[in-house]
Design a protein around this ligand. Structure first.
Ligand SMILES: Cc1ncc(COP(=O)(O)O)c(C=O)c1O
Length: 446
């Protein structure tokens, strides 16, 4: 078995037993007996239990080898278990496993903050570390309130900013909100996200009008708006890109209002979209940036970054931090993130994401754009979406792809967009295999 794990990374899929195999099914049955039934979806064709992962490969409990086109929710941009990250993690774990959040700091925490602040687009930057994307969003929303004194928030239709209660208020999809509506802050206005497929500049104009109206008139509960939060590319809504010029125009409108513009780059940042931050590629000029996912290379770490002028509106600590958490600046996670930042530079990850992403996008566009039922093929760097007319089509495709040895996820509120977020480590042979297989499944209507 260990030999098999050692060989993982650049292999093509090898399906020994139709997934989910016997062991995956048995393990899933055990899971169902102990985990809240809302967490892991299971039926006869889903899920497989993961046993090991390296590079672009995942090995399941039945010995099936998959090519992962999800990077496990966008995290493994550098590939699973990148050796530089693994070695940083094991070294740090043996030295100082856990630190003290906002009290006695650790060396990796300082080193990461220095690197992250130098990585950010503003000259003088301050950061707050956290563990999850949602938490980074919470910090960004609190920072905007500190900076403006205005609690209201403007977000966009389709937005996904996480599921903790503060972040959930800015997440639009009803599925996530409905059971908790009574507990969700009602000072969030939602403007249309001008989908690329909308009527181009008309859609942009309508969205900008809605933004201006909300900034002038306040949130639905009357609160004045201090934060505007947007994903440079909407991920979970189905890889939605705004028309050219929209993000720059939005940045201008928000700047005129003195609200704080937050780029939620949890999914799109750290090289995924072919630049440090996708904002750079789409013309967004944020005051605050949230990063997570790929930042830790597989360890849970996130950050809220802001210019010193914005972040220093928080009062100086007089002994107790107003916002902190037990695992803030976790030394092992910080060491992993430092290794990720080194690797981004040393292995030219952003350029590779741009080149590989456009290669996959072009190949898919050429071969499936005209297939009946395909509405659009789009993407930025290594975040690519194939939109279908039919609801649930991407869910079905994800199940068919699993049986062929490809891990993909559906996105969009109707399960109608196939989302591809592969690692940059995908080899040429894996790329060709993935494209050929997806094209065949799409043409066969599966
Ligand atoms: C854009 C965006 N923001 C926030 C989050 C929430 O991150 P987490 O699940 O780590 O809390 C996600 C997760 O998918 C995301 O894609």
């Amino acid at each position: 078995m260990n030999d098999q794990v050692d060989q993982l990374g650049s292999l093509l899929p090898a399906i020994r037993t139709r997934p989910p195999g016997r062991r995956s099914r048995a393990l899933t049955a055990r899971l169902r007996a102990v985990e809240s039934r809302n967490v892991t979806y299971s039926d006869k064709s889903w899920p497989v239990f993961w046993d090991a992962a390296r590079g672009a490969n995942v090995l399941d409990a039945d010995g099936n080898i998959f090519v992962d086109l999800t990077s496990a929710f966008g995290v493994a941009l550098l590939g699973h278990a990148h050796p530089v990250v693994v070695s940083a993690v094991s070294h740090q774990a043996g030295k100082l496993m856990h630190g003290m959040g906002d009290v006695h700091p650790s060396l990796p925490r300082l080193a990461l903050m220095e690197r992250l602040c130098a990585f950010a687009p503003w000259g003088d930057t301050r950061a707050v570390l956290a563990s999850t994307g949602s938490e980074a969003v919470e910090i960004a929303l609190k920072t905007a309130q500190m900076a403006t004194g205005r609690p209201g928030v403007l977000a966009f239709e389709g937005a996904y900013h996480g599921l903790t209660l503060g972040a959930l208020a800015a997440t639009e999809r009803q599925l996530f909100r409905a059971p908790f509506e009574d507990r969700i802050y009602d000072g969030v206005a939602f403007a249309p996200f001008p989908d690329f497929l909308g009527e181009g500049s008309d859609a942009s104009d309508r969205a900008l009008d809605a933004v201006r109206a909300a900034l002038a008139g306040g949130a639905p509960n009357g609160d004045p708006i201090g934060a505007v939060i947007i994903e440079p590319v909407q991920g979970r809504a189905g890889v939605r890109l705004a028309p050219h010029g929209f993000m720059a125009a939005l940045s201008r409108v928000v700047a005129e209002s003195d609200a704080v513009l937050i780029a939620d780059e949890i999914f799109t940042g750290m090289g995924r979209c072919g630049a440090r931050f996708a904002s750079e590629r789409v013309g967004l000029a944020p005051d605050v940036i949230c990063v997570g996912k790929a930042l830790g290379g597989g360890m849970p770490v996130s950050a809220c970054l802001a210019s010193a002028a914005v972040m220093d509106t928080w009062p100086a600590s007089e002994g107790e931090a107003i916002h902190t958490s037990t695992f803030l600046g976790h030394p092992v996670a910080c060491a992993a993130a430092l290794a990720v930042l080194d690797t981004l530079e040393q292995e030219a990850v952003t350029e590779r994401a741009r080149v590989l992403g456009s290669r996959i996008l072009m190949a898919l566009r050429a071969q499936v754009s005209e297939v009946p039922g395909v509405i659009d093929v789009r993407g930025l760097g290594l975040l690519i979406g194939i939109e279908f007319a039919e609801s649930g089509r991407a869910v079905r495709l994800a199940e068919s792809a699993l049986r062929e040895g490809l891990l993909v996820l559906p996105a969009g509120d109707r399960g109608h967009v196939l989302e591809l977020a592969p690692p940059v480590e995908l080899t040429e042979a894996q790329t060709d295999f993935a494209v050929e297989t997806l094209v065949r499944l799409i043409r066969e209507g599966r």
